[in-house]
Design a binder for this molecule. Structure first.
Ligand code: NDP
Length: 333
């Protein structure tokens, strides 16, 4: 890979582990500190996701090695590439594939990555737009696609989004409303009702309204995008209408799922798993192209805050405490 003149060092947020424990450190790195890959990217922005909060707060289960640069998303410009797919100056997006978990991620001014893990920035978009979408918005898009592919359509009745004020939830509300669905948003933050209605929710319900009592509840939801898991997902499954689809995206409220087979064998509902991390490239590109169409920057500006890389440790604590609304773009450059 031929490399144009680059700064001798650059800034990154790195998670380190030693006798004092696990902690984030801002470090000056050299390109030789970066991992393997055929493409060098100058990172312009990253984003903040729940998983990043877990990683930066040193919670178990996300980071697979130390030291490591967290940040599961990045967007920037190709500096150099040995692949025929990308040229210097191309705008690219990377989400998932273990970035910021198993291999170095986006909280760094440079990233060395495999070209096969990248998606081109859709025409007319930029890095800030891509990161205001980020893994959260991409996951929401995959969930909406799963509902549609399962036959859920706006004429079939209302759809439910849980954890609606969060990153995945907010974007799912917006995408579903844009696609013509009547969206019920479930949130533990009633003060966010106006925000959710502004995104297109026609009804806002509380977390407590989704408590499972019986294996089969009165049929209500034609489709569900669930980011909460646990009891919330169990309640959603029990109240999903015949041949409805529940897209299980997250575990912000719990990883367990206590249900019965009855919603599946008596109502034919589908539980669709969403894994943005390993989503195959053709589906990734389709999702990003549709995001560019349905979630223009003008729409996202109102649900996105931009913060510097130096704020990430504080933001990590806030997102785990459920205090972050919508999306957060991290300015890296
Ligand atoms: P956010 O923190 O932005 O949103 C999570 C939302 O869940 C909160 O805003 C809150 O919504 C709700 N919530 C939080 N804690 C609880 C609780 N104890 N009980 C019930 N609800 C709760 O995170 P993201 O939107 O980035 O991620 C949401 C989930 O999706 C996470 O579990 C994350 O790991 C997962 N995820 C999965 C991906 C995949 O590929 N499958 C990709 C990206 C994320 P409100 O305030 O409205 O109640």
């Amino acid at each position: 890979m031929s490399t144009p003149t680059l700064p001798p060092t650059f800034r990154a947020l790195r998670m380190v582990k030693d006798d004092a424990g696990i902690r984030p450190e801002f470090q000056q790195l050299t390109l030789s500190d970066l991992g393997e890959g055929d493409t060098l990217v100058r990172v312009q922005c990253s984003s903040l996701n729940y998983k990043d909060g877990l990683a930066v707060m040193g919670r178990p289960g996300v980071l697979r090695r130390y030291p490591i640069i967290p940040g599961i998303d990045l967007a920037g410009e190709v500096v150099s590439s040995d692949s025929t797919e990308y040229r210097p100056g191309d705008g690219v997006i990377l989400t998932g594939w273990g970035s910021g978990e198993k291999v170095d991620g986006g909280y760094s001014e440079f990233a060395r990555v495999p070209a096969a893990s990248l998606v081109p920035l859709p025409p007319g978009t930029d890095a800030v737009w891509a990161m205001s979408v980020g893994t959260a918005g991409f996951t929401a898009m995959l969930a909406v696609m799963a509902l549609e592919e399962g036959g859920v359509s706006p004429s079939g009745g209302e759809v439910l989004v849980t954890g609606a004020a969060g990153g995945v939830g907010s974007t799912a509300v917006r995408l579903l409303a844009k696609a013509g669905f009547s969206v019920t948003a479930s949130t533990g933050r009633p003060e966010e009702s106006d925000y959710l209605r502004g995104l297109g929710a026609s009804e806002v319900i509380g977390r407590g309204d989704l408590t499972p009592n019986r294996p089969l509840e009165k049929e209500r939801w034609a489709g569900v995008v669930d980011t909460v898991g646990g009891q919330t997902l169990a309640a959603a499954v029990a109240a999903t209408r015949t041949h409805g689809v529940v897209a299980a995206c997250g575990n912000a409220g719990g990883a367990e799922l206590h249900t019965t087979v009855f919603p599946f064998i008596l109502r034919g509902i589908t539980l669709a798993g969403i894994d943005s991390n390993t989503c195959p490239v053709p589906r990734r590109r389709a999702a990003w192209d549709r995001l560019a169409r349905d979630l223009p920057a003008s729409v996202l500006a109102g649900v996105t805050q931009r913060r510097p890389l130096s704020d990430v440790p504080a933001l990590a604590a806030q997102i785990l405490a459920g205090q972050v609304r919508g999306r957060t773009v991290i300015d890296v450059a």
